[in-house]
Design a protein. Structure first.
Length: 282
């Protein structure tokens, strides 16, 4: 497995693979890899001839007072895990390599970024879209793999790729969970032992909401109220949002008549945890 720090050497290695007739798979990450990330790497290795994993903590998607400097970095372990799974190349650029000059060009996806995480993190998706576009231009993969846990990010990237005619297929991958249901996340490392014990309540809350819908309750306000009560009474978490939105356009719905995304973001201690499920009322 190659480890490349520059755009030029990464492009050269991928060009060799292309000349050999190999298909290119790509898994963009910010490192601190866990089994959720590794499931994406495994799927790419199974479906593509040459798998590239990027490890880059992208500064432009962090807002003021967010955890850029504290974000966990486990580069050696990340590389070892990718190598064991059969990845062919790690692209690990510095911030100076990706942003050699102050960035003047940004990509904004409208409407899909107005709710959910976009409300409290107004510049987040501008940074995400811009760095993903840069990475797709550098790697030029046939397929790129993104997890469903970041459902809004997945929807935004899919729309950006479609609108800008990137020749890449975005492959959604199921959320990977701990045995107790907690969605795997690099930020889970911030949780204390007691906070970690309580964190699975978030997924339990999503499951309870799905059960209410299956029982015939289609009033989004009622369901959000029940979810809010469960989280506030059973965890010390501070709710950033609990939303029920249209599965495709991500705008809030009042009455649940079609498939919806039920999503939440809750701060437990230092960790801002997100999770979601899709529920079809039919």
């Amino acid at each position: 497995m190659q480890i490349c720090k520059t755009i030029s050497e990464t492009r050269a290695a991928i060009a060799q693979a292309r000349q050999a007739g190999q298909t290119i798979g790509f898994v963009p990450t910010m490192g601190a890899l866990h089994q959720g990330h590794f499931s994406l790497v495994s799927q790419s290795c199974a479906q593509c001839d040459f798998t590239v994993v990027s490890i880059f903590v992208n500064p432009t998607q962090f807002g003021p007072n967010e955890d850029l400097n504290a974000y966990p970095r486990t580069f050696d372990a990340d590389c070892q895990g990718c190598q064991k799974l059969g990845a062919d190349l790690i692209f690990a650029p510095s911030a100076a390599e990706m942003y050699p000059k102050p960035n003047l060009t940004w990509i904004n996806v409208e409407k899909l970024t107005e709710h959910l995480c976009g409300t409290s993190r107004p510049t987040h998706f501008r940074g995400v879209c811009t760095v993903v576009a840069k990475l797709l231009n550098i790697v030029q993969p046939d397929r790129a793999y993104f997890g469903q846990k970041d459902a809004q990010q997945l929807a935004v990237i899919q729309r950006m790729v479609a609108d800008l005619n990137f020749p890449t297929t975005i492959v959604p991958c199921a959320t990977v969970r701990e045995e107790d249901g907690l969605a795997m996340s690099s930020r889970n490392a911030y949780l204390s032992h007691e906070q970690r014990r309580l964190a699975p309540v978030l997924y339990q809350t999503l499951q309870n909401a799905a059960e209410l819908i299956k029982q015939g309750n289609t009033n989004a306000t009622d369901i959000i109220a029940a979810m809010t009560e469960k989280i506030t009474t059973q965890t010390p978490g501070q709710i950033d949002y609990i939303s029920i939105v249209d599965k495709e356009l991500l705008h809030p719905v009042a009455t649940i008549e079609a498939p919806v995304l039920i999503a939440l973001a809750v701060r437990i201690g230092k960790a801002r945890l997100i999770d979601n499920i899709v529920v079809d009322p039919s």
